[in-house]
Design a protein around this ligand. Structure first.
Ligand code: KG4
Ligand code: ZN
Length: 345
């Protein structure tokens, strides 16, 4: 199929390997996902209670070629149909990122297809464009994942201002640590989400942290410590612990803060559009809370389906498309940048 000669359409082959998912996708004209292949290592890392970077890198190497081939096959395209290759080059685990970046560079070098390095968080935000065809900047986006909790003003495609960030743990990290403490295992987010449905969110009053000098910043480590202290206290007093109540009360404390900050930001900046992104954005209670609070204030609320919230390559393809049409290209010197900041090139 020689799509390029038939139309002016843009086909992005996207690659993502920043943490424990080896993923590749083909995205057409920025918002149409033709394929989205994700090879998850979760089962493997569960054995160790969290992501082991060395194991992640090795697994990415084993899987990357197969995942890319499957993404092309599923999309019914060949490399000659691809307009550009988009790859996550940061932030993330350096060894893991290097696998995707090297694969993308090798394909670009061998075929001459242009290469575009994409910021992982820009990918998460862009996941909102896949199923919300009408969504356009400007808007405010809350990015909550295992490594990040950012409140971002999306001024335009590829133009971001971070107005709030976590001072310590990311929201997803807090979910994972609390889940481990109550014996749920890794990854904690989905397990706490599920168990919370059987618990009472008002059973235990955990703290909602305020950060003094920035009304949009977050802090979750005090909440995590409060949960651990509660569990220790119960054990010392010989009291039985209701895990479902702990999960539901912890989750409510996280959501209350995220919703308060998010709604405050969108009002203060004067927008009527609010989006969420990242793994924690697939949390059912968080989505429900934003749905309700946004509806009350006539704010349009956007969120990706859960499969586009957690790490995937389709979101990298969408972000890559908007970089491509702006003329952004990376050279073969593109390298993994583990602590890459949003808005930095
Ligand atoms: O975006 P993501 O897949 O990877 C990073 O870029 O970090 O996010 C993974 C994080 C993990 O901490 C996981 O526990 C959390 O997202 N997560 C959830 C849910 N699903 C995944 N947290 C709360 N509720 C969920 N349903
Ligand atoms: Zn992510």
């Amino acid at each position: 199929m020689d799509l390029k000669n038939k139309t002016e359409e843009v086909y992005i082959l996207a690659i993502e390997s920043s943490c424990d998912e080896t993923a590749a996708a083909v995205v057409k004209n920025g918002r149409e996902v033709l394929s989205n292949i994700i090879s998850s290592q979760i089962a493997l890392h569960t054995l160790y209670g969290g992501v082991v970077p060395e194991i992640a890198s090795r697994k990415h190497i084993e899987k990357i070629n197969q995942v890319i081939e499957e993404a092309l096959k599923d999309a019914n395209v060949e490399l000659k149909d691809i307009t550009a290759i988009a790859v996550t080059y940061g932030p993330g685990l350096v060894g893991a990122l290097l696998v995707g970046v090297s694969a993308a560079k090798a394909i670009s070098f061998a075929t001459g297809i242009p290469l575009i390095g994409v910021h992982h968080i820009e990918g998460h935000i862009s996941a909102n464009y896949i199923e919300n065809k009408e969504l356009e900047p400007p808007y405010v986006c809350l990015v909550v994942s295992g490594g990040h909790s950012h409140l971002v003003v999306v001024k335009d495609y590829g133009e971001y201002e971070i107005i709030g960030r976590t001072r310590d743990d990311a929201a997803g990290e807090a979910f994972d640590k609390v889940a481990r403490a109550i014996g749920l295992g890794y990854p904690g987010g989905p397990k706490i989400d599920k168990l919370s449905k059987e618990g009472n969110p008002e059973a235990i009053r955990f703290p909602r942290a305020k950060v003094d000098d920035n009304e949009y910043d977050f802090s979750f480590s005090g909440l995590k410590s409060a949960v651990l202290n509660y569990l220790n206290g119960c054990q010392m007093k010989g009291e039985t612990i209701c895990e479902a109540d702990v999960a539901a009360s912890f989750q409510k404390a996280v959501i209350d803060v995220l919703v308060e900050h998010g709604i405050h930001a969108v009002k203060k900046y004067g927008y009527n559009k609010f989006a969420i992104a990242g793994g924690v954005a697939s949390n059912s209670s968080l989505r429900q809370a934003f749905e309700t609070e946004c509806a009350k204030r006539n704010i349009e609320f956007y969120h990706p389906s859960p499969i586009f919230c957690t790490d995937n390559a389709a979101m990298i393809g969408v972000a890559g498309y908007y970089e491509y049409i702006k003329g952004v290209r990376s050279g073969l010197e593109l390298n993994a940048v583990p602590n890459l900041r949003l808005g930095e090139k």
